[in-house]
Design a protein around this ligand. Structure first.
Ligand code: GRF
Length: 223
């Protein structure tokens, strides 16, 4: 466990859009006693609201605009160099809408988290809410996982469920899931900062025990 401020785990968050998960992370990490701090927020889209949220919170920001790079490799190299300046202990993807190259993923192996709006391994990729509705799923939700080279395929850490009601639309489901995301992500980031959560090879360890399946947090989770 890290004790003084100087030893607090350093977190870099990457976002591409509205940054509502970023906002939840900012509020949690800036509350008294949180065992880590966001040292920078990076973005690939000029004008993304996520950047404004970070600035308003007094957090350093950086922009690496993917449109300025001719290849994915060049973009990722620049992104990685920029992130490295902040010496992060943890890289948190919060709605970062880029597929990352294997080199990038390897560079942050064991210290990169993602949040995905489905109960993985169901519904990797996009349009998860509509796909869950189309399939008549009674339950849907959100997953936090370690990032590996497999898109939305890294080892699962924790999930929170929502029920799918007959009147739900993709938009209403997204809203319900989003509310769970804002609760779940800060909890998992806290666990990582406390040293309770680790990735060893491809195995998640929680409190020094191998995690056999994702931790399922109750639907009424509120802290
Ligand atoms: C969330 O639904 C998250 O699960 C997905 O991207 C979305 C980001 O939303 N990875 P926001 O920018 O945090 O509001």
């Amino acid at each position: 466990m890290m004790s003084s401020d100087a030893m607090e785990p350093r977190i870099v968050v990457l976002a591409s859009g509205s940054g509502s998960n970023l906002q939840a992370l900012i509020e949690n990490t800036q509350s008294v006693g949180f065992p880590g701090r966001i040292v920078a927020v990076g973005c690939n889209r000029p004008g993304a609201f996520a950047l404004e949220r970070a600035e308003q919170a007094g957090i350093e920001t950086f922009l690496v605009d993917h449109q300025q790079y001719s290849s994915r490799e060049d973009f990722d190299r620049q992104l990685r160099q920029t992130i490295d300046r902040y010496s992060p202990d943890l890289l948190v993807l919060a709605g970062f809408m880029r597929i990352l190259t294997p080199d990038f993923v390897r560079a942050f192996h064991c210290r990169m988290l993602n949040i995905h709006p489905s109960l993985l391994p169901k519904y990797r990729g996009l349009n998860t809410h509509q796909r869950a509705l189309d399939d008549g799923e009674p339950l849907h939700g959100v997953t936090v996982h370690f990032v590996t080279e497999e898109l939305d395929g890294g080892p699962l850490i924790a999930q929170a469920e929502v029920s799918v009601d007959p009147q739900d639309t993709a938009a209403s489901l997204a809203e319900k899931v989003r509310a769970k995301e804002h609760l779940l992500y800060p909890i998992v980031v806290r666990w990582f900062c406390e040293g309770r959560l680790k990735l060893a090879g491809n195995q998640v360890r929680f409190d020094d025990l191998p995690l056999r399946e994702a931790l399922r947090l109750p639907v009424d989770l509120n802290s």
